[in-house]
Design a protein around this ligand. Sequence first.
Ligand code: SAM
Length: 213
Amino acid sequence: MDFNNKRIELICKLKKEGYIKSGHIEQAFLKIPRENFISENFHNFAYADNPLEIGYGQTISAPHMIAIMCEELNLKKGQKILEIGSGSGYHAAIVSKIIGKDGHVFSIERISSLANFAKKNLIKSGVKNVDIIVGDGSIGFNEKAPYDRIYITCASPRIPLILIKQLKDPGKMIVPVGNVICSLTSLEKIEGKVILNNLCGCAFVPMIGKNGY
Ligand code: SAM
């Protein structure tokens, strides 16, 4: 299978559709092979712009959703990021390339087998600046707070207050708010104030945990 051409075709489509706007985000998508983050059974669909099963009732997100979140977060080199919901590790890998080797992603996953899957996939893809931690991300990860950016990749009943506390000022966060069918909500913390913005509708698996379902 010619994954390289398929990857380029998908990136062209995401640019044409307006999901990828920035050169550094395009470069990150080019550098990370999505086929490394899914089982061989799904290799034919590695570059379809759809979520795919990764086991345990969970999914790897659709590339356009990852692009929307990366663009909205206004990621910069050297930033410290918190991801809730590692899944396959693909989204974290894309973010790791955007923030560069001086940046770091701390990613929390509640299912330990998926955390191991993500770790293996990241090693296979040569990604070194992502730490996968098993735990309940609905309470964040206070050990490494505060974060420049926080994003949740599962559906949350509300924006967890504890995560707003773990965000730097200024800082940005994205949360799919809802139960499977969600409103993708961006939050900006600036001079002690919080500004919310609804970006679009989306669908995510539920966040299970203390501040989740
Ligand atoms: N970002 C992932 C990727 O690139 O493959 C996709 C994530 S998947 C849509 C959502 C993930 O959130 C699942 O792996 C699920 O187990 C995880 N999850 C759900 N509730 C969680 C919680 N409270 N803490 C950490 N992870 C959680």
